[in-house]
Every structure is written in structure tokens, then in C-alpha cells.
Design a protein around this ligand. Structure first.
Ligand code: COA
Length: 260
């Protein structure tokens, strides 16, 4: 089941995870959430994986949201459990010890935008549309969208997107800080792979420390954040990769990082 709903492929340290329900615009039902959870747990545990690229199958959608048909008959406690299941996945992605890039190849609506916002970088096709349209269903975001959008783009944009429910263009999402970059749709794959290749060759422990300090720093005061940054900075001096990176600079050659 999980193989069909989510495809996993490896190439030179880059793990590509593809949500694979193109006939339903990759809507997230419970089984797909579970398959994604497994895929990300495995990516976290596998040292050969340096970076993850997450995308949706087919030409139209990254992910068009949580599965509306599956949600239609849920009772309150089941709705809460569905929300917790989605939130757990997004948090797993956000706190993964390696970078995750969302390759936003089309609609990223509701749970789809929430999934993309759990990722560390969002590269969007210029044709993509993003939004939190749950209000049109008498719902609110349930996979962390209200909280991550608030942190990414602020109160004004969050209230606009969540109250009106109207999707916005990739370009507007870029202006609001919701996506990292917008590229022509025809170049999405190549541009994303270029970034993934750069990250795959980068120093894994420093990448991890960067993700850690940003994740922790986003949730604590400046003093604690600065303390944590210096502790992580100091820790880097215990790594082979830091010696290699600084020596390679002095010797005017490209560093070869090993993750040690
Ligand atoms: N949940 C379940 N099924 C979904 C879905 C979702 N979130 N989004 C799309 N689908 C299904 C459609 O029901 C349709 O299935 P069918 O062919 O068996 O009827 C199929 O995917 C194609 O979608 P369709 O609506 O025909 O495509 P479109 O190009 O006309 O419209 C969208 C595209 C994205 C505008 C439209 O599908 C949509 O509004 N989706 C819901 C978005 C949403 O509200 N997401 C938040 C959910 S909390």
C-alpha cells in the first residue's frame, strides 16, 4: 500500500519522495499520511540520504489538501486524531536532521501548503497556486497551517489566506515569504535538483546544526537562542568537516565533506 501512495527514489545522496495519488491531485488521506510518515522516518535514519526532495505526482498538483471525501464523515474525536496525525508528520519533516526541499509543482492547498511549510525550502513553479481554503469547507487548517503560516508570513497574510480561503499565485507567495523561490514551470525540476545537489555536497553536521538553531531559535528568546547558537558553533570545531572546510579554503581547493 505505502509503495503505491508514496514513491521513493535515491540518486547521489538525494532522496526523492513523491506523493502518488495524481487522480485525486495527491490529496492526503490517512494511508498517505502514514506512508509519508514512514518515508520521512526512513530518510531521517539513513545516513546515505543527505537531502530530501518532496513533490507530487502528475502535472497539476503538489498536494491539493487533506482528503475531503475521507474527512466528510469524521466525528470530533476522529477529526482531532486526523489533525494530530498530520501535525506529527509536518513536525517530523520540520525537525528532520537534514534539509527537505518542497518542489511545488502545482496546487499546494490546505494540507498541501501545510506539508510544504513543514519543509525547509520551497521551490515553486510559476504556475503553482497556494492557499488555505479550509474555510470554504467550514473548517480551519489542521496540520499546523495556522501556526506555520503565522511564523513564515505574519499575522496579516495568515488572516487573509485563512479567512478568505482564496488561493494566491506563486509570485504573491514569494512576496509574502511563503515560498523560497519561484522558477518557470519548465525549469522547476532542474532548479530544484541544482539546489539539492549543492546541499548533498555540503557538510551534513553543519546543515543539521543550522536546522537545529533555526528550529529552536524560532521558539525561544534571543538570549537562549544566542546561547544555543554558540554551543552549536563550538560543537562544529569537533568535526572533521570543519577542519576539512577551513583547510580546503586555505589550500584553494573544493572541500570533500564526509559527515564526521
Ligand atoms: N480531497 C479529495 N479529493 C480531491 C481533493 C481533496 N482535497 N482535491 C482534489 N480532489 C479530487 C477531486 O475530487 C477529483 O476527483 P474525481 O475525479 O474522482 O472527481 C480530482 O481530485 C480532480 O480534481 P478536480 O476538482 O476535478 O480538478 P480541478 O482542476 O477542476 O480543480 C482544485 C482543482 C484544486 C481547484 C480543486 O480540486 C479543489 O478545490 N480541491 C480542493 C482544495 C481544498 O479545498 N483543499 C483543502 C482541503 S482541507
Amino acid at each position: 500500500m505505502s509503495e503505491r501512495l508514496v514513491l521513493v527514489a535515491d540518486d547521489a545522496g538525494i532522496r526523492r519522495i513523491t506523493v502518488n495519488r495524481p487522480d485525486k491531485l495527491n490529496a492526503l488521506n490517512a494511508d498517505t499520511l502514514d506512508a509519508l510518515q514512514t518515508a520521512f522516518d526512513e530518510a531521517a535514519a539513513d545516513a546515505a540520504v543527505r537531502v530530501v526532495v518532496l513533490t507530487g505526482a502528475g502535472p497539476k498538483a503538489f498536494v491539493a489538501g487533506a482528503d475531503i471525501a475521507e474527512m466528510a464523515d469524521l466525528r470530533p474525536t476522529e477529526g482531532r486524531d486526523f489533525s494530530l496525525r498530520g501535525q506529527k508528520l509536518m513536525r517530523t519533516i520540520e525537525t528532520l536532521p537534514k534539509p527537505v526541499i518542497a518542489m511545488v509543482n502545482g496546487f499546494a492547498l490546505g494540507g498541501g501548503l501545510e506539508l510544504a511549510m513543514g519543509c525547509h525550502l520551497r521551490i515553486a513553479a510559476d504556475s503553482a497556486k497556494v492557499g488555505q481554503p479550509e474555510i470554504n469547507l467550514g473548517l480551519i487548517p489542521g496540520f499546523g497551517g495556522s501556526q506555520r503560516l503565522l511564523r513564515l508570513a505574519g499575522r496579516s497574510a495568515t488572516l487573509e489566506l485563512c479567512l478568505l480561503g482564496t488561493p494566491i499565485t506563486a509570485e504573491r507567495a514569494l512576496q509574502l515569504g511563503i515560498v523560497t523561490r519561484v522558477v518557470p514551470a519548465a525549469e522547476l525540476e532542474a532548479e530544484t535538483l541544482k539546489i539539492a545537489t549543492q546541499l548533498a555536497a555540503s557538510a551534513p553536521l553543519a546543515l543539521r546544526a543550522t536546522l537545529d538553531v533555526v528550529n529552536i531559535g524560532g521558539e525561544c528568546g534571543i538570549e537562549e537562542g544566542l546561547q544555543y547558537e554558540s554551543a552549536q558553533f563550538g560543537l562544529m570545531f569537533a568535526t572533521d568537516d570543519m577542519r576539512e572546510g577551513t583547510r580546503a579554503f586555505v589550500e584553494r581547493r573544493k572541500p570533500a565533506f564526509t559527515g564526521h
